[in-house]
Design a protein around this ligand. Structure first.
Ligand code: GDP
Ligand code: MG
Length: 245
């Protein structure tokens, strides 16, 4: 589906990949624009939907009558990573943010994250569950274990503690001259490792809220892609180190 142009040039593009988020998308849009309006930040919301059967795209499109929402519908479901990359390509603002559509990532953090970039304190801001003030709602032991394992595996790729966070904002300058092609959904990790951020990366504390409505779509496929992604990023890192020698 074609996507229109924004009416006025936004300062911030918020990108949300969606698959069956009809129970969350309206609340998400309202909370995003409410939180940004208080600080007079002119933003657009880009919903990248993989033809969800539950009508997420139609609901998001309805929101576009009242809010600067643009909807891009992909005909093939190739996963959140590819959807996010499409969203980044479509973003019209100089600063872009990626967040989940299930209300796990608090939109109320957007203004502070934005300020860090605007005030030149960061080129990449990661919404972090593992920095002082951040957290998660109570997780079952195996989820904690997998999350810990996923972070441990990526430890030598980046100093960022919450390296698997799906909530991140960046100045689009960090894409210039960088070859960004993530395997799987960890686009944030790809930017941490390959983005031209000159080390200006800040973790901003967020409390991750468990999805209340709808279902999680993450499974073994994304886990496998994550492992492949770690291998690709490790090779990238090693090739950079050997070039320096
Ligand atoms: N466009 C698109 N979005 C997806 C797909 N799978 C998941 N998502 C979205 O990606 C975000 C994170 O997915 P979620 O199921 O909440 O993963 P979890 O938080 O790891 O359980 C949500 O906004 C989902 O709607 C997909 O195949 N295509
Ligand atoms: Mg989720």
């Amino acid at each position: 589906m074609k996507i229109g142009k924004s009416m006025t040039k936004p300062e911030l593009s918020v990108i949300v990949p969606t698959y069956n988020e009809s129970k969350n998308i309206e609340t998400l849009a309202i909370r995003v624009f409410d939180s940004l309006k208080k600080y007079k930040i002119n933003a657009e919301l880009i919903v990248v939907d993989d033809s969800s059967p539950d009508g997420t795209a139609a609901l998001a499109d309805k929101m576009s009558k009242d809010y600067p929402v643009r909807v891009y519908v992909r005909t093939h479901r190739t996963g959140p990573g590819a959807a996010i990359m499409d969203g980044i390509r479509l973003a019209e603002a100089p600063i872009a943010c990626v967040m989940d559509g299930d209300l796990s990532h608090p939109p109320e953090a957007l203004p502070e994250m934005y300020k860090l970039i605007k005030e030149d304190k960061a080129l990449l801001v990661v919404g972090s569950r593992h920095t002082k003030g951040g957290g998660t709602s109570e997780w079952v032991w195996y989820r904690k274990f997998f999350s810990w394992g996923a972070r441990l595996l990526g430890r030598f790729l980046t100093p960022v503690i919450d390296l698997t966070s799906g909530y991140f904002m960046f100045d689009k300058k960090i894409l210039e001259g960088a070859e960004i092609n993530p395997i799987g959904c960890k686009v944030g990790l790809e930017l941490m490792v390959k983005g031209k951020h000159q080390g200006k990366v800040v973790e901003y504390p967020i409390v991750f809220v468990e999805r209340a409505l709808g279902e999680s779509k993450m499974g073994w496929r994304e886990t496998r892609r994550y492992l492949q992604h770690l291998i690709a990023l490790s090779l990238f890192k090693l090739s950079k180190i050997s070039k320096l020698k």
